[in-house]
Each structure stands twice: as C-alpha cells, then as structure tokens.
Design a protein around this ligand. Structure first.
Ligand SMILES: Cc1cc2nc3c(=O)[nH]c(=O)nc-3n(C[C@H](O)[C@H](O)[C@H](O)COP(=O)(O)OP(=O)(O)OC[C@H]3O[C@@H](n4cnc5c(N)ncnc54)[C@H](O)[C@@H]3O)c2cc1C
Length: 289
C-alpha cells in the first residue's frame, strides 16, 4: 500500500506551487466529501493531498449586492452559501436548491470549489449556477482564467482544469429582472442524486420572453445548455403553450444517457415534462427586484 501525505499550505500561491507537478496522484482537497468516497472505494489512491482549507480566509467569503451580483469563494461551504443573506436576497434559487442537496452534514463540510471541480454530472449546483449566468475563476501556474460554468465540464466526470489549476471563485451577474427555478427529479428518495436536473432563468419583458437560459444535468453526459429550447422561447409570450413548445425542443435536442436511474428514453420523457414545469415555476417564483 502506498503512503499518503497530507500538506497544509497557508496561501493560494503556496497551494498552486505544491500542485504544480505532472503527478496526477497529487490532488487538492477542500471538503473531502467526494474525495474520501473515491478513496474508500479504491477508485482513486492519492499520494499527496493538498488541503486548501488553511489558505487566505477571503477564499471562503460569500459577498454581493443586487447591483453587483454575487461572489462565492471556492472555499465557502455549501451551508454558508445556503444561509448567506446576500444569496437569499439576490439568488434565492440557490438557497432553495441546497435544501435537497445531500444532507446538512455534507453541506456543512463540502465547498463550492470541490463541488464544481469534481465534474460529476449529477451535481445539483452546476446547472443552477450556470442558469444564473455564472462564471468560474481559475488560478494556476500560468495565471488566471475565467469561463462560463458550463465551459468547465468537458465530459463525464471530466473538467477542463489542468493539473495545478484551482477554482478560486464563482461570479454571478446581477439577477434583477430575472426569474429562476430548479427542478430535481429523483427516482428513489427525495434527497437522492437526481435522475434529471433542470435549471431555468427567464427575463420577461411586457409578457414576452426576452432572454432565457435552460440547463439540463444528470440525464446527460455533462451539464448542457439547451440552445434550441431557448430559441423557441425567444420573443414568445410567456404562456404554458410556449413552455410546452420549448420542452419539445429540449427533448429533441438533449442527448440523454442510460444509467442506474433509468433508460435514455425515460430521461428524455422526464426532460420534456420538467422543462415545461420548471419554466412555469420560474414565473411563479417571481422576478428578482
Ligand atoms: C452522502 C452524500 C450525498 C450527496 N448527495 C448529493 C446530492 O444530492 N446532490 C449533489 O449535488 N451532490 C451530492 N453529494 C456530493 C457533494 O455535493 C460533493 O461531494 C461535494 O460538493 C464535493 O465538495 P468537496 O469540497 O467535499 O470536494 P472534495 O471531495 O474536497 O474534492 C472533490 C474534487 O475536487 C477537487 N478539488 C477540490 N477543491 C478544488 C478547487 N478549489 N479547485 C480545483 N479542484 C478542487 C479535488 O481534488 C477532487 O477531485 C453528496 C455527497 C455525499 C457524501
């Protein structure tokens, strides 16, 4: 059995230096909830874990205002995001999503950066943050880069992060004028991993859909933006008939996959039903002021 070294940098720069290596068995560690499961099941055997929890406190901050949007530090726990007054005011869909994400013990420990970097398409937060127009900030040996949340994922449990690169922050634009909803469809218990996740954001002007973002996760190989459903909605009156048409376009566009939670055909049917429902729910949730 190989030994495991745990190191505790006190700054982001030090962490990046410790991770700047060609050895893929050296990994960052934030909450450890995903990593520990992989280690226990033997899927992954690291030789060195770089614990990010002791780096500068600013990387765990959650800040924002209605005019500037939200900044979620990568080391912020899911529970601190859930309880943040700024999040509850500016993007309440995030706080609502947390209620059915794992359980309070996991949310107290898991961090925003670890949640995104894990690359699991069944995660609840990536579709929500993406539908809010979120971007992820990444720092590595070559400097900083920024990309839309959906651009982070390159495949099933795969991200575009290079060895040595760390997620440092999630940035969300102001949400004023937008309405949002997330529907998680589980086929076992209510707080199970989703068989399908649908997140939508709409900007309705004088009764018509001016802009929308429609994201699907869990039923597809990776988080996917449904551009054809968005195109169907653009300029139409925000009615249930229009939402049904967008749902048809979503079902035709998305490449669903089979897994333990159902066949690809079943997931497509779930998508057809839940896109329509999510759009209706976004309208009922009301406009962010
Ligand atoms: C019992 C249980 C139930 C769960 N149910 C749900 C659920 O219903 N819905 C849901 O969405 N999720 C669920 N999860 C998953 C949970 O959300 C993730 O395990 C958690 O968000 C991962 O965050 P972490 O900080 O613990 O990551 P870690 O385990 O620390 O790390 C995960 C991965 O990210 C890397 N990493 C960590 N931090 C960074 C960083 N800043 N930059 C780059 N790479 C980094 C690590 O090297 C590792 O590869 C569940 C987990 C458990 C244990």
């Amino acid at each position: 059995m190989r030994g495991l070294e745990l190191v505790h940098p006190t700054s982001l720069d030090e962490a990046i230096k410790l991770l700047d290596t060609d050895d893929p068995t050296i990994r960052p560690f934030s909450g450890g909830t995903a990593l520990m499961l992989m280690m226990k099941t033997g899927v992954f055997q690291p030789t060195r874990l770089v614990n990010l929890c002791g780096i500068e406190a600013e990387h765990a901050e959650v800040t924002g205002s209605a005019d500037s949007g939200l900044k979620l530090g990568a080391l912020a726990t899911l529970a601190s995001v859930e309880r943040s007054p700024d999040v509850i005011q500016i993007a309440p869909v995030i706080a609502r999503t947390m209620k059915r994400l794992a359980n309070v013990r996991v949310r107290n420990v898991a961090r925003i950066g670890g949640n995104l970097a894990h690359g699991d398409p069944h995660m609840d937060l990536p579709p929500v943050l993406s539908s809010l127009g979120g971007e992820v900030v990444v720092r590595g040996p070559a400097g900083e880069r920024r990309m839309p949340i959906e651009g982070l994922f390159s495949g099933y449990y795969q991200t575009v992060l290079e060895q040595g690169e760390l997620i440092t922050q999630v940035v969300l634009p102001p949400q004023r004028g937008w309405s949002s909803a997330y529907l998680k469809c589980t086929t076992r218990s209510a707080d199970d991993w989703p068989a399908l996740g649908v997140a939508v954001s709409l900007r309705i002007v004088e009764g018509a859909v001016a802009e929308s973002r429609i994201m699907v996760s869990a039923a597809t190989e990776k988080l996917t933006r449904l551009a054809s459903a968005e195109a169907v909605l653009k300029g139409t009156d925000a009615t249930d008939d229009a939402f049904a048409n967008a749902a048809e376009a979503a079902a035709a566009e998305a490449e669903t996959i089979e897994d333990a939670r159902g066949s690809a055909e079943y997931k497509t049917e779930l998508l057809r039903v839940h896109v329509r429902r999510a759009l209706g729910e976004a309208v009922r949730n009301g406009v962010i002021q």
